[in-house]
Write a protein that binds this ligand. Structure first.
Ligand SMILES: Cc1cc2nc3c(=O)[nH]c(=O)nc-3n(C[C@H](O)[C@H](O)[C@H](O)COP(=O)(O)O)c2cc1C
Length: 348
């Protein structure tokens, strides 16, 4: 029997060899070099930096060109003003610098992230990020389609064009972080892969606005994830892994908090389990704890490696993914009806 210490945790993600399937997803802890180092020391297999956001860059570029235009039209002496412009450190420059420093400071693979909803200048930024020596790119396609004239097919086509453009512009592997709100996820996921993505990151969390009833203001507040949120990536990775085959990488994100969660997402076919909320709550050292839970579970269930566990559940149960879904639905509803009493916190 293998002891926990000798379980082989290695995994391949986006063609990169990782020493562990536990990955720090984009978030505040990977923003600075010290945070990245602490996570690497605690044993993450890779790091995803926070995203460079389309809105930040667009706003900055518009501001910069307005400043340049105003200067050229109105006063030549405004050129004196340009030192601030030439020494202007844009968000993108700061981000590139941060990437380079992080890449130098840690030995684990570093993944840069772009958060975009339109094609535009993104290809240029994707190229700049790739030139910093990062190991891969993550493209977070985040949008809320509110135009009633826009059909689901149009939304998908626009997103696929963006994805294809970014993938074609860099030689690095690109993972696409998706929301769960596409109406035909299985079809869309396979088209994302056909557009050049090397992997999918499932799923992006949408931060929903709330209302403050005293001021009647819209309140935007980040809530960290809850354990039940794991169910969505778990279900979809179980469905998609057999459909997509072993080629594309799959990363689970949302609700991965414990070693058992990592076991679950690997069992349904993920290559890596990504974490942000749990690391924000408990600090970077939580990675070591999750790793030891993962090792103990694997050793205790006679697995010698992560590779042996990966996809074992999805292969066994997802021959007909939609039947699996329906059966689960009925079973879940019946399980509620047959239980005598369910205490509901806050409702009793
Ligand atoms: C404070 C905070 C900042 C985040 N920033 C980013 C980001 O810049 N880009 C991104 O793609 N995801 C970002 N995320 C989402 C996380 O990467 C992750 O996908 C999500 O929180 C779900 O995983 P979790 O349950 O482990 O938190 C952020 C999450 C939090 C909580």
């Amino acid at each position: 029997m293998t002891g926990p210490g000798s379980v082989d945790l290695r995994t391949t993600y986006l063609g990169l060899q990782l020493s562990s399937p536990i990955v720090a997803s984009a978030g505040p802890l990977t923003r600075d070099v010290d945070g990245a180092k602490a996570l690497a020391d605690a044993g993450v297999g890779a790091l995803v930096l926070p995203s460079l956001f389309e809105e930040e860059i667009v706003a900055e570029e518009v501001g910069l060109s307005l400043a340049l235009e105003a200067g050229s039209q109105h006063f030549a002496e405004a050129l004196d003003y340009f030192p601030t412009v030439t020494s202007f450190t844009s968000m993108a420059d700061q981000y590139l610098e941060q990437l380079e420093q992080t890449k130098k400071a840690v030995e684990v693979p570093v993944i840069a992230s772009l958060n975009a909803s339109s094609t535009g200048g993104w290809v240029r930024y994707a190229k700049l990020l790739a030139e910093t020596g990062v190991d891969a790119l993550e493209l977070n396609v985040y949008r809320v389609p509110t135009d009633p004239q826009l059909t689901a097919a149009q939304v998908e086509d626009t997103d696929l064009a963006l994805i294809a453009n970014v993938c074609a512009s860099v030689s690095l592997p690109v993972a696409v972080k998706l929301s769960p709100y596409y109406s035909s996820m299985a079809s869309f996921a396979s088209r994302v892969v056909a557009s050049g993505a090397s992997g999918l990151v499932l799923f992006n969390r949408f931060y929903q606005p709330d209302l403050d009833l005293e001021t009647m203001d819209v309140v935007s507040k980040v809530e960290l994830s809850r354990a039940w949120e794991l169910r969505l990536p778990l279900r979809w990775i179980a469905i998609l892994r057999p459909q997509l085959g072993p080629g594309p990488s799959l990363a689970a994100t949302s609700g991965v908090h414990t070693g058992s969660d990592v076991v679950k997402v690997l069992a349904v076919g993920s290559d890596v389990a990504m974490m942000t909320s749990a690391l924000l709550r408990l600090g970077p050292t939580h990675v070591s704890f999750v790793e030891s839970e993962l090792r103990s579970w694997l050793a205790g269930h006679d697995y010698t490696s992560v590779a042996e566990l990966r996809g074992s559940v999805s292969q066994a149960t997802s021959i007909d993914a939609s039947a699996f879904e329906r059966a689960n639905y009925l079973k879940t509803l019946h399980s509620w009806m047959t239980v005598d009493q369910h205490p509901v916190p806050g409702l009793d």
